[in-house]
Each structure stands twice: as structure tokens, then as C-alpha cells.
Ligand binder design. Structure first.
Ligand SMILES: [Zn+2]
Ligand SMILES: [Zn+2]
Length: 173
């Protein structure tokens, strides 16, 4: 599994920690996510100490996600590049202002933290859940199921003039 760990001792010493990792699409980390990842997930994070022993971790998650167009069920690939923010702080510590950041507990005396699970959660939050292949997608015919982007069907056609209908019947006979 790709390493998504931050060395807290080093972070405390240098005042900043950077995590630039591409986690493979087939990593066990995403195995239970139901996401159809088509490329490695780009994790770009920066950590800075904050408050009493806390850390603020911000950056972006980039992913290439395969989805089905909700109208015509065609394959759609969406690029995601979303900012994320997480605040890690010791339990029971009246710490930094979380703002919009997701808050995670940090154990006292912890020397590294594993961002795998938080990153997994964040990816699930920012990943697209539905897509439309294009705004003018006409979808599938609700009656016969043909893809209306590719062909037309008679279901939605205007009512046929009864006189023509009669002729057609004759022809069929
Ligand atoms: Zn479509
Ligand atoms: Zn139809």
C-alpha cells in the first residue's frame, strides 16, 4: 500500500511537512470505495503545526473517475481536483479553529500519523457520484430503451394520422 505517512518529529523540527504521493488506482486503500478509478489518485498535502500539538493538513486530491451517464448509461470519465482540509489534534485539547476542516483525533505521544484512512474518507466526499455525458444528452427511450443520441424510435414520434395507420396495417397484412 502506498505510504501516506507524515513523520511528526520531523514536522515539529522543520515546521512543515509535504506529502506528494500518487496512490495506484488498484491500491487496497480504494478497494471498498466502489469508485471506478482510472488513474492513480494524486495526493498533494501540506501539514503545518497548529494550536497545542495539533496539525493542519491542507491540499488537493486529484482523481480520474469513471462513471455512467445517468441519462444514456454511456461511459463518462471525470477529472476531479478538489481542495481538502483536515485538522488533527490531540483528544480533549481545546485546539485550533477547525473552520471547514474535518477534525481527526491525534494520540498523545504519536510520532507519525497515517493519512491513509482520512485521505480515503476525503476522496469519497469529493468524488463525483453522478455524471451526464453532455448537457444535450437525450438519454434512453423510457419505452424501448434505444439510445436516443444514436437512433430514433417510434415511441415518441407524433401520433400517426389514422388514415396512414390504416394503410400501414394493410401493407403489413
Ligand atoms: Zn449521456
Ligand atoms: Zn422508443
Amino acid at each position: 500500500m502506498a505510504v501516506l505517512k507524515l513523520d511528526l518529529l520531523r514536522l515539529a523540527r522543520t515546521g512543515t511537512g509535504v506529502l506528494n504521493v500518487d496512490v495506484p488506482a488498484d491500491s487496497p486503500l480504494w478497494a471498498t470505495s466502489d469508485l471506478d478509478l482510472r488513474a492513480p489518485v494524486r495526493v498533494r498535502l501540506q501539514a503545518t503545526p497548529v494550536g497545542q500539538g495539533g496539525y493542519y493538513v491542507v491540499g488537493t486530491l486529484g482523481a480520474t473517475v469513471g462513471l455512467q451517464c445517468r441519462r444514456c448509461l454511456d461511459d463518462v470519465v471525470q477529472e476531479v481536483n478538489e481542495p481538502i482540509a483536515m485538522l488533527f489534534q490531540p483528544r480533549d485539547e481545546a485546539g485550533a479553529e477547525a473552520g471547514s476542516a474535518e477534525v481527526y483525533d491525534l494520540e498523545v505521544g504519536q510520532t507519525e500519523f497515517d493519512l491513509a484512512e482520512p485521505v480515503r474518507e476525503q476522496l469519497l466526499l469529493v468524488a463525483p457520484t453522478y455524471a451526464v455525458c453532455r448537457t444535450e444528452c437525450r438519454g434512453l427511450c423510457p419505452r424501448c430503451g434505444v439510445n436516443l443520441n444514436e437512433e430514433t424510435c417510434v415511441c415518441a414520434a407524433p401520433e400517426v394520422d389514422p388514415r396512414w395507420q390504416a394503410l400501414r396495417t394493410v401493407k403489413l397484412d
